[in-house]
Design a protein around this ligand. Sequence first.
Ligand SMILES: [Zn+2]
Length: 188
Amino acid sequence: MARALIVVDVQNDFCEGGSLAVEGGIAVASAIAAYAAASDHDVVVATRDHHIDPGSHFSEDPDFVDSWPVHCVAGTPGAELRAELSGTRFDAVFDKGEFAAAYSGFEGRDHARGVGLADFLRDEGVTSVDVCGIATDYCVRATALDAAGAGFATTVLADLTAAVAPSNTARVVAEWEAAGVAVSGAPM
Ligand SMILES: [Zn+2]
Protein backbone atom coordinates (compact mmCIF):
# COMPACT_ATOMS: atom_id res chain seq x y z
CA MET A 1 0.00 0.00 0.00
CA ALA A 2 2.81 2.38 -0.87
CA ARG A 3 2.29 6.05 -1.69
CA ALA A 4 4.08 7.90 -4.46
CA LEU A 5 4.74 11.56 -5.13
CA ILE A 6 4.78 12.40 -8.86
CA VAL A 7 6.57 15.67 -9.67
CA VAL A 8 5.49 16.72 -13.17
CA ASP A 9 7.75 18.68 -15.52
CA VAL A 10 9.43 21.10 -13.08
CA GLN A 11 11.96 22.00 -15.78
CA ASN A 12 13.90 25.12 -16.60
CA ASP A 13 11.96 25.93 -19.77
CA PHE A 14 8.65 25.90 -17.86
CA CYS A 15 9.87 28.36 -15.22
CA GLU A 16 10.64 32.06 -15.33
CA GLY A 17 13.53 32.61 -17.72
CA GLY A 18 12.66 29.55 -19.81
CA SER A 19 11.32 29.43 -23.36
CA LEU A 20 7.79 28.48 -22.24
CA ALA A 21 7.73 30.07 -18.83
CA VAL A 22 4.76 29.52 -16.55
CA GLU A 23 4.27 32.30 -14.03
CA GLY A 24 4.93 30.97 -10.54
CA GLY A 25 7.03 28.08 -11.76
CA ILE A 26 10.09 28.86 -9.67
CA ALA A 27 7.96 29.32 -6.56
CA VAL A 28 6.37 25.93 -7.22
CA ALA A 29 9.82 24.35 -7.67
CA SER A 30 10.92 25.66 -4.27
CA ALA A 31 7.68 24.66 -2.59
CA ILE A 32 7.84 21.12 -4.01
CA ALA A 33 11.43 20.70 -2.83
CA ALA A 34 10.45 21.71 0.70
CA TYR A 35 7.35 19.51 0.61
CA ALA A 36 9.28 16.48 -0.67
CA ALA A 37 11.94 16.89 2.00
CA ALA A 38 9.30 16.82 4.73
CA SER A 39 7.00 14.17 3.24
CA ASP A 40 6.97 10.43 3.90
CA HIS A 41 6.11 9.13 0.45
CA ASP A 42 7.55 5.68 -0.21
CA VAL A 43 8.39 6.55 -3.80
CA VAL A 44 9.22 9.92 -5.38
CA VAL A 45 9.40 10.22 -9.17
CA ALA A 46 9.75 13.03 -11.69
CA THR A 47 8.53 13.41 -15.24
CA ARG A 48 10.20 15.51 -17.92
CA ASP A 49 9.04 16.87 -21.25
CA HIS A 50 11.90 15.65 -23.43
CA HIS A 51 11.56 16.58 -27.06
CA ILE A 52 13.65 15.58 -30.07
CA ASP A 53 11.27 16.22 -32.99
CA PRO A 54 7.70 16.45 -31.70
CA GLY A 55 6.20 17.66 -34.99
CA SER A 56 3.34 20.14 -34.70
CA HIS A 57 3.79 20.39 -30.92
CA PHE A 58 6.41 23.03 -31.80
CA SER A 59 5.50 26.10 -33.83
CA GLU A 60 6.99 29.42 -34.80
CA ASP A 61 3.45 30.78 -34.46
CA PRO A 62 2.15 28.87 -31.44
CA ASP A 63 -1.46 29.02 -30.25
CA PHE A 64 -0.52 28.03 -26.66
CA VAL A 65 -3.23 25.36 -26.74
CA ASP A 66 -1.99 22.71 -29.17
CA SER A 67 1.26 24.28 -30.38
CA TRP A 68 4.04 25.85 -28.39
CA PRO A 69 7.37 27.62 -28.70
CA VAL A 70 10.35 25.26 -28.85
CA HIS A 71 10.92 23.94 -25.31
CA CYS A 72 12.52 21.15 -23.31
CA VAL A 73 14.72 19.88 -26.14
CA ALA A 74 16.56 16.75 -25.03
CA GLY A 75 20.12 17.49 -24.03
CA THR A 76 19.63 21.23 -23.51
CA PRO A 77 19.58 23.08 -20.18
CA GLY A 78 15.91 23.92 -20.73
CA ALA A 79 15.01 20.25 -20.39
CA GLU A 80 16.77 19.84 -17.04
CA LEU A 81 14.89 19.81 -13.77
CA ARG A 82 15.02 23.09 -11.87
CA ALA A 83 17.99 23.51 -9.55
CA GLU A 84 15.63 23.89 -6.58
CA LEU A 85 15.05 20.13 -6.90
CA SER A 86 18.75 19.20 -6.89
CA GLY A 87 18.46 17.94 -3.32
CA THR A 88 15.33 15.90 -3.98
CA ARG A 89 15.93 12.15 -4.31
CA PHE A 90 13.99 10.80 -7.28
CA ASP A 91 13.63 7.04 -7.48
CA ALA A 92 13.05 7.28 -11.24
CA VAL A 93 12.63 9.94 -13.95
CA PHE A 94 10.19 9.44 -16.81
CA ASP A 95 10.90 11.24 -20.10
CA LYS A 96 8.13 11.80 -22.62
CA GLY A 97 7.40 13.46 -25.92
CA GLU A 98 10.45 12.57 -27.97
CA PHE A 99 8.60 12.47 -31.31
CA ALA A 100 5.07 13.67 -30.52
CA ALA A 101 3.28 15.76 -27.93
CA ALA A 102 2.94 13.91 -24.63
CA TYR A 103 1.24 15.72 -21.78
CA SER A 104 0.86 12.78 -19.41
CA GLY A 105 3.76 11.37 -17.44
CA PHE A 106 2.16 7.98 -18.00
CA GLU A 107 3.32 8.27 -21.63
CA GLY A 108 6.90 8.53 -20.40
CA ARG A 109 9.64 5.99 -19.80
CA ASP A 110 12.57 5.79 -17.44
CA HIS A 111 15.07 4.86 -20.13
CA ALA A 112 17.73 3.66 -17.69
CA ARG A 113 15.25 1.20 -16.22
CA GLY A 114 13.34 0.54 -19.46
CA VAL A 115 9.99 0.93 -17.75
CA GLY A 116 6.93 3.16 -17.98
CA LEU A 117 5.42 5.02 -15.05
CA ALA A 118 2.40 2.78 -14.38
CA ASP A 119 4.46 -0.42 -14.38
CA PHE A 120 7.13 1.16 -12.20
CA LEU A 121 4.57 2.26 -9.61
CA ARG A 122 2.88 -1.14 -9.59
CA ASP A 123 6.23 -2.89 -9.19
CA GLU A 124 6.87 -0.68 -6.16
CA GLY A 125 3.52 -1.65 -4.65
CA VAL A 126 2.11 1.84 -5.05
CA THR A 127 -1.65 2.16 -4.70
CA SER A 128 -2.02 5.90 -4.19
CA VAL A 129 -0.33 8.89 -5.80
CA ASP A 130 -0.03 12.59 -5.12
CA VAL A 131 0.57 14.72 -8.22
CA CYS A 132 2.14 18.19 -8.35
CA GLY A 133 4.16 20.31 -10.79
CA ILE A 134 3.75 22.26 -14.02
CA ALA A 135 1.45 23.01 -15.69
CA THR A 136 -1.81 22.56 -13.82
CA ASP A 137 -3.91 22.79 -16.96
CA TYR A 138 -1.76 20.61 -19.24
CA CYS A 139 0.72 18.03 -17.97
CA VAL A 140 -0.50 17.89 -14.35
CA ARG A 141 -4.07 17.63 -15.66
CA ALA A 142 -3.24 14.75 -18.00
CA THR A 143 -0.98 12.91 -15.55
CA ALA A 144 -3.60 12.99 -12.79
CA LEU A 145 -6.37 11.79 -15.14
CA ASP A 146 -4.19 8.92 -16.36
CA ALA A 147 -3.21 8.00 -12.80
CA ALA A 148 -6.86 7.67 -11.84
CA GLY A 149 -7.57 5.80 -15.06
CA ALA A 150 -4.79 3.35 -14.24
CA GLY A 151 -6.43 2.61 -10.92
CA PHE A 152 -4.31 4.62 -8.52
CA ALA A 153 -6.05 6.59 -5.78
CA THR A 154 -5.06 10.04 -7.00
CA THR A 155 -4.79 13.43 -5.31
CA VAL A 156 -3.58 16.63 -6.97
CA LEU A 157 -1.65 18.89 -4.58
CA ALA A 158 -3.07 22.01 -6.19
CA ASP A 159 -1.04 24.46 -4.15
CA LEU A 160 2.09 22.82 -5.59
CA THR A 161 1.09 23.50 -9.20
CA ALA A 162 1.25 26.45 -11.59
CA ALA A 163 -1.03 26.99 -14.58
CA VAL A 164 -0.37 28.23 -18.11
CA ALA A 165 -3.74 29.98 -17.95
CA PRO A 166 -5.21 30.28 -14.44
CA SER A 167 -8.61 30.82 -16.08
CA ASN A 168 -8.47 27.10 -17.04
CA THR A 169 -8.17 25.93 -13.45
CA ALA A 170 -11.88 25.72 -12.57
CA ARG A 171 -12.59 23.60 -15.66
CA VAL A 172 -9.64 21.33 -14.93
CA VAL A 173 -10.65 20.85 -11.28
CA ALA A 174 -14.13 19.85 -12.48
CA GLU A 175 -12.59 17.30 -14.87
CA TRP A 176 -10.48 15.84 -12.08
CA GLU A 177 -13.41 15.58 -9.71
CA ALA A 178 -15.55 13.91 -12.38
CA ALA A 179 -12.75 11.36 -12.83
CA GLY A 180 -12.48 10.66 -9.11
CA VAL A 181 -9.29 12.66 -8.60
CA ALA A 182 -9.14 14.40 -5.21
CA VAL A 183 -7.85 17.95 -5.09
CA SER A 184 -6.12 19.32 -2.01
CA GLY A 185 -5.13 22.93 -1.47
CA ALA A 186 -5.96 25.94 -3.59
CA PRO A 187 -4.11 26.35 -6.92
CA MET A 188 -1.27 28.86 -6.86
ZN1 LIG B 1 6.20 19.76 -24.80
